[in-house]
Structures are given as structure tokens and as C-alpha cells.
Design a protein around this ligand. Sequence first.
Ligand SMILES: C[S@@+](CC[C@H](N)C(=O)[O-])C[C@H]1O[C@@H](n2cnc3c(N)ncnc32)[C@H](O)[C@@H]1O
Length: 207
Amino acid sequence: MARILKDYPGISLKPEDFDGTVNLFRIFGRLGPVHIEVGSGKGTFLLNQARAQPSDNFLGIEWARRYYRYAVDRVGRWGLTNVRVIRTDAAGFIAESLPDDSVDCFHIYFPDPWPKKRHHKRRFICPANVEHLIRCLKTAGQLRIATDHADYFEQIKRVIAAESDRLEPIDFIRPAGAEAGEWAGTNFERKYIKDQRPIYTLAVKRT
Ligand SMILES: C[S@@+](CC[C@H](N)C(=O)[O-])C[C@H]1O[C@@H](n2cnc3c(N)ncnc32)[C@H](O)[C@@H]1O
């Protein structure tokens, strides 16, 4: 039987609550390093990392209502107070609502690959979105990306390499929830590992 998902108003943010630029201090009710996961799915990364780093603040951005509700329910049941989840389009939210120099790390694990060529323009990692990610990162803030899709990974590397004056390669740090043989420890990675797909990762920091 499907679980009844509970809303937790302190965790679930609504785009209509924001008028213009988001105030991250107000969202979390405190200062602290800010991590943002783009496409947080069922919230597994958020849960494990937020529990491992209780002094840091985590915001998940998820478009799909079903995953968003699932993640909010899990965060609430785990009793985590340092996680918020918003249901919206990450590209628009970051471009229009996120302040400059405000984020310590963007986590982008298994973004939709849009494999058909005519759909490549929908891929999240593209020059316009990376421009905003850089704008929002603090100095030395990081971007951590994982994908199972070789062609998308080539695009990711090209887009990031074009910003080599502002983004410097660093080691990819595996999140707290990653188990042996995993890079990110997310639900999609676990499916892809079962299918024996290779996983590609990349991490950079803003200079
Ligand atoms: C392949 S899943 C990966 C989910 C999770 N990161 C994981 O690894 O298990 C991609 C997720 O990104 C979400 N997504 C796709 N485009 C998005 C967008 N523009 N804004 C926010 N979320 C998006 C999808 O709904 C989906 O949950």
C-alpha cells in the first residue's frame, strides 16, 4: 500500500512565498554554509548529508511533485531541521531568485540526460545555467556533478572547461550516503549501478 505522504510546512518551500531574491538566512533561520541540490529526487542525498553536517544548510530543488512530496515527507520523518525542499524549475529559480555569492556547494547528481539530440537544449548543464551557478557560488564554492550518461558528460566537461578562468578542477568528494562502490549514493545511481552503467563525476571550485 502506498505510504501517505505528510507535508511539513517548515520544510516545504513554495515559490509563491518568494518575491524576488530569496533570503537564505530567513529560509533556514540561521547563518551557515549553504548546499543546494538540483533535482533532489527522493531526497536521499539531502537526508544523509544533512545528518552528517548538522551545521550546514541544505536546499533541494525538485520539479516533479511526486518526488518533492516524497522528499519532504522523509526529511520530516527524519526530524532534520537543516533541510528545505522547493518544488520549482531549478534553472528559473537559480537565475531569478538566488543571490550572488551565496552558495557553498551545488550538488547535481544524475541530471536528466535528454538523450535525443533535439532535446539537448533541455539539459540543465549548459552555458547559461553555469553562468548563474558561478554567479551564485561564493569564492571557493564548489560544483559537484555525477552522471551515467557519456554524451552528456562530454557536454558537461566542455561547458565547464569553457569557464577555466573561473572554475578550477578539484577532487570529487563522495557524499556521506555513498556506500562502497558508489560515487553519490543517490537512488538513481543505485539503479544505474545495478544496470552496470559507468558513472562519471566532475568537481570544480570557483576561483
Ligand atoms: C534522474 S533524476 C535524479 C534524481 C536524484 N538526483 C538521484 O540521483 O536519485 C533527475 C531529477 O531531476 C528532476 N529535475 C529535472 N529537471 C529539473 C528542473 N528543471 N528543476 C528541478 N528538478 C528537475 C527530475 O524531476 C528528477 O527528479
